[in-house]
Design a protein around this ligand. Structure first.
Ligand SMILES: C[S@@+](CC[C@H](N)C(=O)[O-])C[C@H]1O[C@@H](n2cnc3c(N)ncnc32)[C@H](O)[C@@H]1O
Length: 286
């Protein structure tokens, strides 16, 4: 894929997120845009309680499909990244353009990732960004592309295009006053925003089977059931949910409309994955 040039030039779907995210849902942009329009929510708020790379949210905001976005993630490192991008974009851009992309620097950033204070958003957020762009598949707990000895075919800087990333941060910063960044449990966010009019919630929680160690997986089976009762209780609000297509989802959301879909999922290789979407009762599905 050619990622050079402006953030949108080569893609029908805007690629705005500076993060690489295993299982990222930026590719749902077109579908979500249709749903926003079908529900007359273009002047409304779009909420992702499990935001991760927030690719879909940023695409919708930057192209003017929704007025405001709320991005929440329980992972303090992911939260620090978004907080730093939204509040200190110039400092992040400067660090992005001045940092060395070497294994020695990778070790320093890894140390910051593990030890920085949770509220030192710039240090923790930048370390998260650095590791996300230099690790294999963007997995924060993984090793650098090319290995510690850099003997691999691709090297540590293979996914670190400073110009492209600078442009993405610039675009996000232009819209920062319309972005809220939160660091709490996804269900608390659903409870809070499901009461509001003119709001669409898109929940993409840790999957049943694929989650593994790709990102923070705070979910036990009981959490999946709790999330289901939380969402089923507010089925008259406007929400949608995606999961891996396992039988348990159909059980938990038996009363809701569901639709199977495919996504190009590239954690370690590109494969076609079978995913499922669940819709609240009042959501007009385009
Ligand atoms: C499937 S990923 C979301 C990917 C995202 N839709 C994207 O396009 O990049 C799930 C996310 O939920 C976060 N998470 C895990 N447990 C959570 C919880 N209890 N509340 C909020 N976020 C949580 C993880 O850190 C991870 O970023």
């Amino acid at each position: 894929m050619n990622n050079s040039g402006s953030a949108m030039k080569h893609h029908k779907k805007p690629i705005i997120s500076p993060l690489r995210y295993p299982g990222g849902k930026a590719s749902l942009y077109t579908r979500l845009r249709e749903i926003v329009r079908a529900n007359d929510l273009t002047s409304g708020t779009y909420v992702e309680p499990y935001a991760g790379g927030a690719g879909a949210a940023l695409g919708l905001l930057v192209t003017g499909q929704v007025r405001r976005i709320v991005i929440n993630d329980l992972d303090p490192a992911i939260f620090a990244f978004w907080k730093a991008i939204a509040t200190e974009p110039l400092a992040m851009t400067q660090m992005l353009n001045e940092v060395d992309i070497t294994v020695a620097e990778w070790s320093r950033q890894k140390d910051n990732y593990l030890n920085a204070a949770r509220d030192d958003y710039l240090t923790l957020g930048f370390a998260t960004f650095f590791l996300n762009r230099t690790n294999r598949s963007g997995v924060l707990n993984g090793g650098p592309i090319g290995g510690m000895d850099q003997s691999g075919k691709y090297k540590i800087d293979a996914r670190f295009n400073r110009d492209t990333l600078t442009e993405r941060i610039r675009l996000i910063a232009l819209h920062a006053s319309r972005i809220s960044v939160l660091n709490t449990d996804g269900m608390a966010v659903i409870k809070r925003y499901s009461k509001r009019d003119n709001t669409l919630i898109y929940a993409d929680p840790p999957y049943f089977e694929k989650a593994g160690s790709l990102y923070l997986n705070s979910f036990q089976d009981s959490h999946h059931s709790e999330l289901a009762s939380c969402l089923n209780k507010v089925s008259d609000s406007k929400w949608l949910l995606t999961y891996d297509n396992v039988p348990r989802v159909a059980e938990l959301y038996a009363q809701r409309r569901r639709e199977v879909f495919s996504l190009n999922y590239s954690a370690h290789r590109v494969v076609k994955a079978n995913e499922i979407m669940v819709f609240s009762d009042t959501l007009a599905v385009a």
